[in-house]
Design a protein around this ligand. Structure first.
Ligand SMILES: *Cc1c(COP(=O)(O)O)cnc(C)c1O
Length: 220
């Protein structure tokens, strides 16, 4: 599929859901993709990207930032506390806040800098032991804790279990967001972004459907 095909699918899904497609941000997930595919998407005018490793993002985007105006890269993968400074240098948004220690260190560095990226809390809606994210039962308290640290939280992010209907997880994420007054919903990937849009996604993260299969193929 191509970028323009994805964009028209987004418009169609938005229309069906009676939503404005301007409220749906498409993150082109460029992790592990060869540079020529990323450059091709940049040359088609797209400027919003998602990366899941801080180091890999730094290597790629440090060279590309000066070459194109208006690039915005979001971190959608795990953040180690020793990479916070680098992450704040690189990313306009962090989608993977999932634990108190990370939140506290982020809060302190954001205070020092006086500017904050957009922040999302990752929720492990499937309660999968191997997966990052705050458990649904801990979410309300964790959101309150983040706010008490003066972190401006924009929304929530989810990666549903691979073997379950994602809509159930999108709906749960939305419910947690609504009861906490959060409007951002980072949900939906190549296989299910239309269902995510139907349930209110504001940020969809689409990799392989835009760029082709990752080489080497990696899990999420
Ligand atoms: C890789 C990745 C995606 C994109 O996955 P595709 O199935 O290729 O669209 C989305 N979100 C996260 C967190 C990822 O790591």
């Amino acid at each position: 599929m191509s970028l323009s095909q994805i964009q028209s699918q987004i418009s169609k899904a938005a229309q069906t859901a009676d939503r404005a497609s301007a409220n749906i941000n498409l993150l082109a997930v460029s992790k592990v993709q060869p540079l020529d595919r990323v450059v091709s998407v940049l040359n088609q005018g797209h400027r919003l990207f998602g990366e899941n490793r801080v180091q890999e993002a730094q290597e790629r985007w440090t060279d590309l930032f000066p070459q194109y105006d208006g690039i915005s890269v979001h971190l959608i993968g795990p953040l180690q506390t020793n990479k916070i400074k680098l992450a704040l240098d690189l990313f306009d948004a962090i989608h993977s806040i999932d634990r108190p220690k990370l939140a506290a260190k982020l809060a302190s560095e954001i205070q020092t800098r006086g500017t904050s990226p957009e922040l999302f809390i990752q929720i492990n809606t499937g309660e999968e032991p191997q997966k990052a994210g705050c458990l649904p039962g801990d979410a309300d308290a964790f959101i309150a804790d983040c706010r008490a640290m003066d972190l401006q939280i924009s929304g929530l992010m989810v990666i549903p279990p691979i073997d379950q209907e994602p809509s159930l997880h999108f709906a749960l994420l939305r419910k947690i967001a609504e009861r906490n007054g959060l409007s951002g919903l980072s949900m939906g990937m190549s296989a299910d972004f239309e269902r995510a849009i139907a349930l209110g996604a504001t940020h969809i993260r689409v990799g392989s459907a835009i760029f082709g299969q990752r080489i080497p193929a990696t899990g999420v």
